[in-house]
Design a binder for this molecule. Structure first.
Ligand code: FE2
Ligand code: FE2
Length: 337
């Protein structure tokens, strides 16, 4: 038994469930959650942080936490309760389509009035709004494509080949400096942000944690492989037009060459990825497992639903002239370049 010598620090708790989970990791004992897990708000800070911490054991873990805790049955038992609450809420709130194609097509309808986050940042984003956006999105992009790799052993034929081809690009095509997570770290450096993995967990609200937890949830469960494929499809299909706007936002704000490059790269790459994901991964999966159609559609719908919630948090804060970050860490966000 050994502790991880390096890695992110355990975050501060945000309520009884996350306190029990973080305390268990800190002390080495079982999580004393009691009834709180079964009644926590499925989209709230407490449940989402507890789930985030549980999932992080499958990525890079935490400094001082024994890596063997990844398969601790007591932690997994609590995680399962939290996952059930999250999944039940999503199935109730985010099931809009029965067909994967219809779900993808609806995702491409731009918001009425052009007032999504990429639109707003392209039109009027300030450097500090771009920093807030990148700091929170770093929870996703610094593990970009990682949970999607978990689905590979669960696919076969065209779906596996197509998924591996896109993942090869996401992981830099054999070049470490081109790994998309690295390209995002370079963007963060241009914006004067700290590129350390896990640095901005405290900055991120429940909406951002939920975006990341969704892909971890889908990636870790073979039973949810259809939803994971749907999630990947939703990301690739929406990325190219959004990246074009975000590249424009970075250019207009003078953010720097790496900040522009991350989004320019995604305009090009994801236009190709969209075609591969639609025709090889989604169609290939449904050709051999047609019973997964509703799960693929659910994965797409849930992705759009949680992305919208994150976007609403940003825009409502900015419209009120406030920061979209959690209050406590606001002043600690950046080292001014
Ligand atoms: Fe990417
Ligand atoms: Fe991509």
């Amino acid at each position: 038994m050994s502790d991880e010598p390096t890695g992110p620090m355990l975050p501060q708790d945000r309520g009884p469930v996350s306190a029990a989970m973080i305390g268990a990791l800190r002390d080495g004992g079982p999580p004393a959650v009691g009834e709180a897990a079964a009644t926590a708000d499925p989209y709230g800070d407490d449940l989402q942080l507890a789930l985030y911490v549980a999932y992080e054991l499958h990525y890079r873990g935490f400094a001082g936490v024994d890596p063997a805790r990844e398969w601790d049955p007591e932690l997994l038992r609590v995680r399962a309760v939290l996952e059930r609450r999250f999944l039940d809420a999503l199935r109730a709130d985010a099931t809009a389509h029965e067909s994967a194609t219809a779900a993808l097509d609806d995702l491409l309808v731009e918001p009425v009035g052009g007032d999504g986050v990429p639109h707003v940042l392209e039109r009027s984003g300030t450097r500090s709004q771009l920093r807030e956006y990148a700091a929170q999105r770093s929870l996703y992009h610094l593990k970009e494509a990682d949970p999607h790799a978990w689905v590979l052993p669960r696919l076969w034929g065209r779906a596996k080949a197509g998924m591996a081809a896109v993942e090869f690009d996401e992981f830099g095509g054999g070049r470490a400096e081109r790994v998309h997570a690295q390209l995002f770290a370079d963007l963060m450096a241009d914006l004067g942000l700290d590129t350390t993995y896990g640095r901005y967990v405290e900055a991120a609200g429940a909406e951002m944690l939920a975006v990341v937890n969704l892909m971890s949830l889908f990636g870790l469960h073979r039973a949810l492989r259809g939803a994971l494929v749907g999630h990947f499809a939703a990301v690739e299909v929406t990325s190219s037009p959004a990246s074009r706007r975000l590249a424009g936002a970075m250019r207009r704000a003078g953010a720097g060459p790496a900040a522009e490059f991350f989004y320019d790269e995604h305009v090009e790459a994801d236009a190709v990825h969209e075609q591969v994901v639609r025709h090889e991964v989604v169609d290939g999966l449904l050709a051999v497992e047609p019973h997964l159609e509703r799960d693929v559609a659910f994965g797409i719908d849930a992705t759009g639903f949680l992305d919208d919630r994150f976007g609403e948090r940003l825009l409502s804060a900015w419209q009120a002239g406030e920061s979209s970050l959690r209050r406590a860490i606001e002043l600690d966000l950046v080292r001014v370049p």
